[in-house]
Structures are given as C-alpha cells and as structure tokens.
Design a protein around this ligand. Sequence first.
Ligand SMILES: [Zn+2]
Length: 208
Amino acid sequence: MDKKEVLRKITDVSNYLYEKGLVPGKSGNVSFRFVANGSENVAITPSGVSLKDVDEKNIVIVDMDGNKLNESLENDKKASSEVFMHINVYKKNDEVNGIVHTHSPVATGFAFAEEKIKRLEGFGTIKNPFIPFVEYATPGTMELAENVSKALENEDVVLLKRHGIVACGENLDDAFLLAEFVEETAKIQLVSSLLSRGQTQAHLKRSI
Ligand SMILES: [Zn+2]
C-alpha cells in the first residue's frame, strides 16, 4: 500500500468505528505501519480529534521513534497520545501492521468490572479461551505502552483494565473487524448472563 492508500484506509476505518459507536467522543486511535522509501513509518490518527473528523489531511506520520514526518502548515496536529503504545506493538511483532484502540462501551464495561470476555469462534484458532487483561497504567504513558506491547506479543486482542481494548492484525481490516467482533461478543455475553439470571429467578419463584 502506498501512503495515499494508507491515509484513505485509516480515514475510512476511523469514520466507520465512530459511526458504529465504538469510539465515542474523542476516544480511540487507529494506526497502520507501512514502508516508504525503504524505511518503516507509522500513520496514526491525531491527538484531540474525534475519529469522526479524521481525514487524510490530519493523520500524522511518524518514524519508529515517534518523530513526526509530515510537519506542515496544513497539518499542525500531534500524533495520538498513545503513539508509543502502537509503535511498541509494531516493534515487538513483525507480523502486525494495523492496530485499533477503542473504548467500545460494552467491552469497556467488562474491562472496568474485570469480567472476562470469552473468546468466540470467528477469528482463526482460539489460543486463549478468554481475552487477556492488561494491568492498568495511566493512558498515554510508556508504562501502558510496555504493558500492552508485551501482552500482544502472542495475542491479537487485549482488554485494558479500567480503560478499553486494543486489537491488532496483519492489516488494518483484521484489526478493526476484531475490535468490532469483541464488542459484539461482549454484548452476547452480557445478554446471555442477564437472561440466564432471569431464568434462574423464574425457576426459584416457581419452586416456592
Ligand atoms: Zn484509550
């Protein structure tokens, strides 16, 4: 993919995630690793901009040390505050080229309650029956970047305690589809647990 296609792709994915309610307000960030002139770059959504307003003009391109490469009057935006979380994941995993971080409401509710989300069929071999948790660290810190990149060395999605989710893939489509799938999985698990609790209560009433 050339730079133009990468920027288009990030724009489409960011706008889609917002419309689907997976990145409310100004939450969430999206990135893509690509090669330009023989070196690896990362294109990432800007800081302080809702993903509904992301477009080709405000996406930030950084090198693997986080230095902004597309400095211009037109693009005075800074990279997402989670840029090092993304870069660290890429550095630790050669096969990952797309990352999506969301605060999708239901999965994030599980992350706050520290309730496990069961992994459902739909995304290749299930290595772990539950989506792993990452210990809490303040958003935007190197501590969080370290915790997340370590957890994603052998996983494609993790739940950040009291924060949200991070999904990654060989390309951006895999990453955002997985983030969407995890939210749907959390919804199914929530409804299922509410209904089974209802059944238990009905059963108890009948037996009184
Ligand atoms: Zn976040």
